[in-house]
Design a protein around this ligand. Structure first.
Ligand code: ZN
Length: 319
């Protein structure tokens, strides 16, 4: 199996320094309760990971990781990009469709959000450094869009301007974390297919981060893909959420709009072990998911989910 995962936090910032999750000893020391994977865990089973840089400072209490405070710091974006490009001599950073043919583990650099963009030039600068995907919001509204929970409000004028600019540069638009209206506007207006990298299904579990049916129904026309996360609180309030419950989420989308618009968007590393689908606390758990999905949904849908759909969207965006 060679999986494509359209959302993982492969860089976290600790204090002012970026920490790469492949540096697993360091990560275990900082955050023992979170999922972790070494480079070796990835290299056999993954073709490509869309890696998120999250521009916030964590002020961790080393005795209690859940007591952390966070604050936005745009300098961490530059540090994250530089850290990724310098450490990852073992990886192929994907900047064009030609890079997708490389055999070794590929990483596409994504920036999850920015609080205070005042010009499209800021994003253009990241693009020139090698970033190929960008979101609009995190859990807060920004200068580009309203965030999830703000159902009636969508993109700002600058948000629309940036959409047109990213379409023309061949840069991927990610709608995860956005308001419904913002998602709707991008799905209806973007000339390139969208990634909604890590959300789940509102009709199954009514969390504000999840996608309602009216938005799911816009994906076939746009041609984009919905990445389903392994974050338990987005899937159910059950104390234990099983792999079969995750596969049911995939089945829901397949039954509604067909099997071309759903993919893996795990958010591994952004999730504490206790809040992950049972059995998926390690990246090696992907074998269990692959087996269950094959048994329940068949091999054609499973292959589309694990790589074909996401690769189609990434290729269409990178030119
Ligand atoms: Zn996120």
């Amino acid at each position: 199996m060679k999986a494509v995962d359209i959302h993982q936090d492969l860089i976290m910032t600790y204090g002012n320094e970026p920490v790469l999750f492949f540096d697993s000893e360091k990560w275990k020391e900082i955050s023992p309760d979170y999922n972790v994977g070494t480079y070796d865990d990835y290299k056999d089973d993954y073709a490509l990971v869309v890696n998120a840089i999250r521009p916030y400072v964590c002020e961790w209490d080393m005795k209690d990781v859940h007591g952390r405070k966070i604050s936005f710091d745009e300098n961490l974006i530059e540090k994250g990009i530089d850290g990724a490009l310098s450490w990852w001599s073992k990886l192929s950073v994907v900047k064009s469709s030609d890079d997708l043919t490389k055999e070794w583990l590929k990483v596409l650099i994504h920036i999850e959000w920015h609080d205070n963009i005042d010009s499209v030039d800021i994003v253009k600068n990241w693009y020139e450094k090698g970033v190929r995907s960008f979101g609009r919001t995190w859990n807060n509204d920004t200068t580009l869009s309203w965030a999830h929970g703000s159902a009636e409000k969508g993109l700002t004028p600058l948000g629309f301007e940036l959409m047109e600019a990213m379409n023309s540069w061949w840069m991927i638009i990610d709608t995860a974390h956005m308001s419904r209206q913002g998602m709707k506007e991008l799905l209806q207006s973007s000339t390139k297919p969208i990634l909604n990298s890590h959300s789940n299904i509102h009709a199954i579990h009514a969390h504000s981060r999840n996608i309602p049916d009216e938005i799911i129904d816009l994906f076939p026309k746009n041609g984009g893909v919905i990445g389903l996360s392994l974050y338990k609180p987005f899937i159910s309030t059950d104390p234990i959420v099983t792999i079969d419950q995750y596969v049911e989420q995939v089945g829901y989308i397949v039954n509604r709009i067909g099997d071309d618009y759903v993919a893996l968007g795990s958010d591994w590393h952004g999730i504490p072990k206790e809040k992950t689908v049972a059995g998926m606390e390690s990246v090696k758990g992907i074998h269990l998911l692959y087996e269950r999905m094959n048994a329940k949904l068949g091999s054609i849908t499973t292959e589309k989910f694990f790589h074909e759909n996401a690769m189609r969207v990434i290729k269409a965006n990178l030119g």
